[in-house]
Design a protein around this ligand. Sequence first.
Ligand code: 26Q
Length: 811
Amino acid sequence: MDKKEIISDFKRYYGHRLGRDENCRSVHYVYEALAMVLSDRLTERWKATYNAYKKQDCRRACYLSMEFLIGRTLSNAILNLGVNDPVAQAMYELGLDLEELIDVEPDAGLGNGGLGRLAACFIDSCATLKLPVTGYGLRYEYGMFSQTIINGEQVEEPDHWLRNGNVWEIERLEYTQRIKFGGHTESHIDENGHKRVCWVNTHDILAVPYDTPIPGYKNDTVNSLRLWKATATEEFDLQEFNAGDYAEAVAAKNTAENITMVLYPNDANENGKALRLRQQYLLASASLQDVLELWIGRHGKDFSEFAAKNCFQLNDTHPSIAVAELMRLLMDIYGLSWDEAWAITRNTMAYTNHTLLPEALERWSVSLFKLLLPRLMEIIFEINARFLAEVSAHWPGDKARLARMSLIEEGDEQYVRMAYLAIVGSYSVNGVAELHSKLLQQGLFHDFYELWPQKFNNKTNGVTPRRWLAGCNPELAKLITETIGDGWLTDLSLLKKLELYVDDKAFCKRWHEVRLCAKQRLIDFKKKEMDVDLNVNALFDVQVKRIHEYKRQLLNVLHVIHLYDRIKRGDTENWTDRCVLIGGKAAPGYFMAKKIIKLINNVGNVINNDPDVGNRLKLIFLPNYRVSAMEIICPGADLSEQISTAGKEASGTGNMKFMMNGALTIGTLDGANIEIREEVGDDNFFLFGLTEDQVEKLRHHYDPVAIIDQDEDLKRVMNLLEWGHFNQFEPDIFDAIIGSMKSPHDPWMTIADFRSFVDAQKRVEAAYQDKERWTKMSIINCANSGKFSTDRTIAEYNNDLWKLTPVTVPK
Ligand code: 26Q
């Protein structure tokens, strides 16, 4: 681990394994050699961790997720192994720039947004807490698309993140699993007189695992993230080949390999795509077979202790077909009875919900299900029949309730309701923030809550403080450690001690300087990427997240237009210079989201090029928002925009990253914002907007046109939009946006919150003008962010649901 060894290993990898020398012009190989040096150090601990778990035969958990938005690995490995100093010194001695090497690594963009990043933060915390948890996911050949902006519009480009190889993963051909699709079922009575079902005539594919090491923070634990890649079976090709059609055979291979080719870039449910269902089943089936095989290797075919030793956390409904698949494997392959298999399933599965939007709940058409997974469809029907009998017994004669709760939605077409399958098949259902969990119980899942109140619980999200404070903001981390010691890295509640220093002038001055430094880094990053120059003294007002109507980027734009209008009117007394930064990707098929991107860019174009505006106001769209961009953005933000319509954002996690780095929040009473405000106190949070129940009440008589009419500022803003001020040569392109905001049926009620938002922004400006006050508030925000560590979240999952014992890995 010392500098000398790092240098010698590095030279060996660079010169021999990679066969490069000083004439090589690509910095990529330098990165790769350094990554190999670290990878070696991880591998030793990885094996030791595996052996420690095996020796203790401990209970373990699997985190099943279609997305793991890991981002970059090198800098995180350096941090968690605690080798920053020797690595930095080694690179310095070799005349290499470590920062530059870190920047060479492409993001592993294997997720859309919050849900995928949460999975990545969770596995970091599991390893840090020494918990035997394995992440199971898919190894997409193409991750989240990369976004460029052309003429103000989003253009998607495929992200071939594996093009230059991936140093961190290892292929484990020996753990390959076979996955069935199609075919039909046949049943017979076995020698013991039990009915047995065979799923035959299937088109099989293979799932090959690739393992990535997940190091804990300085604790010698290295857990695994196992990602499945689909490949063709050999005999499948051969069949076709023998039939004489070589080309067909190769094409069939392609179909199989297509399954894990690309991540679906929607962060809400896009219904009905067969390929997506294949992906989900591949994940569930391969992962469960993997776990069962490991079980049998150690315990034989006795499953009586299986539920005591295993559990599966389902990251939303995406892997929830696992409920039916575990039933199938236990019954059809291992011969358990229905009751035995059901007891195991119900005691091992736990489901986390991430959305309150009813339209985002996953449904699959029964006909597609039957075609692709006939055996699983049978099992789901059987689960449903038995479940509805239970409902009938509980509420005799309540036909309406049966229809509401059925796993099968009836109508012109039948659909499987995946959330209900997940609820019925598991021992726990949780939301991801207090409000969200409460609303699930009162609304979306109320019937189920009445039936099984003890199943429902809350687990407020978090983020890992290693990546989201120590890693992304080293100067602030250094200041914190110098002030209160380094215990906060594994016990974030210790940040509270910073409050003792809010009146310490010297400390406040350093806090302010460090934050300016981070702002400057963000400015430099933007200058390099986009050639814009921002003013470090301006208020950096940031909203980065997926583009969605419910997240209300539009409300943000209305405010910016209002500020622009004030400048044009000469209403600039006591002005606060402001840079508004908005970033995020739109699902490629989401028309409105794409229009919103265009609007942000057009408004930015007008404002940024108006000489009357100058430095007072900028509106910049940040292209290709992703994990590695957030690592630069969140330390440099002054103001964090968390402005969703109350009751719509399940939790949010960007809000936590900003807070941890000392940004102040302007936000509605939604998701985890509520808990953030509870932690920092009302004085240190800019609250605005309707509450969730006010939103619901207003729906019945919402009249946005009347609101516009009564608000001079808003009227002027809407006039600028309607008269085409921002689309002078592109007539009508924003009509749909304007129309949606002015509709009495606008579900997001943007117009309703405008006045309250503008007023809150005035309070922001007043606070920002008082530098000392702002710095104090910034410190208080960071100091009270302890709750939002995933270490706390995972400790709760573990204490309430998983009940794993931490395992210390011997040196
Ligand atoms: C489903 C079917 C087909 C294709 C795509 C999808 C799909 C993919 C991703 C549906 C939803 C997602 C992602 C949802 C998500 O990120 N939700 C966010 O989860 C965060 C972590 O809990 C919360 O903080 C956010 O509030 C929530 O929006």
